[in-house]
Design a protein around this ligand. Structure first.
Ligand SMILES: Nc1ncnc2c1ncn2[C@@H]1O[C@H](COP(=O)(O)OP(=O)(O)OP(=O)(O)O)[C@@H](O)[C@H]1O
Ligand SMILES: [Mg+2]
Length: 343
């Protein structure tokens, strides 16, 4: 008699949860999450291939569209903190000799004792957590790395091993490796026809355009890196320019985060914020653009909301439990904060 059916539902649910949790944090890039989540699942199930990193992803696309945010979000979901990742700024490794900072100098070489390698097993393990033993590594702006660094990376991607200057090795089998690059970003911007922006496109065009963005990215990657390198990448993911609705959702999130911050930090001195539609549109216009995506949003909120609010709190102009209404100022160049004191 056949045994009871093998329950596969819980595992699926986990994958869906993970995808949902990520999609909540990284807005408007569902295809990116869809490509990353299966590798986390394979690792969790114990089915990831041996002798390789658990997953290698190259994230491409315009600035401020969520590439770095994706890795931070994954760190948050897997480890409970967006800081639980190891980030290597490849811009700091543009010269051939700088690679010693990464792996440490060999014994006997000048500076051997002083150069603590940036990538040690201990550091890799330290960004995993009790809830998940997967370490997240982020190599930012990979196109800037010197070729000696690309060669080292090749070994990491291929065998999941890095040999350090002192001849010890670091294992990356329990790592997800993210490479980010702006390769092709300029050509992508041109493709997105400045006079007839992404925004104005109908869904069909947008789909075609997403395909073109991917192939522009792939072309640029193939010109820059050797076939061996490209072949070791599990998924090349092209991030799309953010649509207006996504930018609005991101602004909503960041305003909510500010409100939470006020509540958590000020406790019994806390007050409520009310952002009018006009002020919301103003923040959106100031903080987002085709060119920079959502990159300037945080700064705009900081300058136009957080800092003026802080100044008012400091000088005692916002009594506890007030309502602070945010409106666009008469000159339309800044925001006004109107305090309504509690009865
Ligand atoms: N898709 C998104 N969902 C949520 N927030 C986003 C998204 N894209 C950008 N942001 C916001 O903008 C900031 C910058 O985004 P991020 O660092 O991910 O850009 P990037 O794509 O890595 O750009 P760059 O190519 O310049 O490194 C994030 O910290 C986040 O606040
Ligand atoms: Mg980035």
């Amino acid at each position: 008699m056949p045994g009871p059916p093998i329950p596969i539902r819980p595992r699926r649910a986990t994958a869906a949860n993970l995808a949902n949790e990520l999609a909540r944090r990284v807005v408007g890039q569902p295809h990116a999450m869809e490509q990353i989540v299966p590798y986390v699942q394979m690792h969790r199930a114990g089915l990831a291939p041996e002798g390789r990193p658990a997953g290698v992803f190259l994230l491409l696309g315009p600035t401020g569209t969520g590439k770095t945010r994706t890795v931070e979000a994954l760190a948050e979901v897997l480890h409970g903190s967006e800081k639980s990742l190891l980030k290597v700024d490849c811009g700091e490794f543009q010269m051939e000799h700088e690679v010693a900072k990464l792996i440490g100098a060999p014994p006997g070489y000048l500076g051997h004792r002083e150069t603590q390698p940036m990538l040690t097993q201990q550091k890799v393990n330290s960004v995993a957590s009790e809830s998940c033993n997967l370490s997240l590594l982020l190599f930012d702006e990979i196109e800037k790395a010197a070729s000696s660094m690309t060669r080292l990376l090749l070994g990491v991607l291929d065998k999941a091993v890095l040999r350090l200057g002192d001849n010890s090795t670091v294992n990356f089998e329990r790592s997800l490796i993210f490479l980010t690059s702006n390769l092709g970003a300029e050509a992508m911007r041109k493709e997105l026809a400045p006079n007839f922006g992404f925004e104005a496109m109908v869904a069909e065009d947008r789909k075609a355009s997403a395909g073109k963005i991917h192939s522009i990215g792939m072309g640029a990657v193939r010109r820059k890196f050797s076939p061996e390198f490209v072949n070791r990448i599990d998924a090349v993911i092209a991030y799309q320019p953010l649509e207006r609705s996504s930018l609005e959702a991101i602004l909503h999130q960041q305003i909510q985060a500010l409100e939470r911050h006020i509540g958590d930090r000020l406790e019994d001195r806390a007050f409520e914020l009310e952002i009018g539609d006009d002020a919301f549109a103003w923040l959106l216009r100031k903080g987002t653009s085709c060119e920079y995506g959502a990159r300037e949003l945080k700064r705009t909120i900081l300058r136009s909301l957080t800092q003026p609010i802080a100044a008012m709190v400091e000088s005692g102009r916002i009594p506890p439990e007030s309502l602070v209404r945010v409106e666009v100022a008469g000159d339309r160049e800044s925001l006004d904060l109107v305090v309504e004191e509690p009865e």
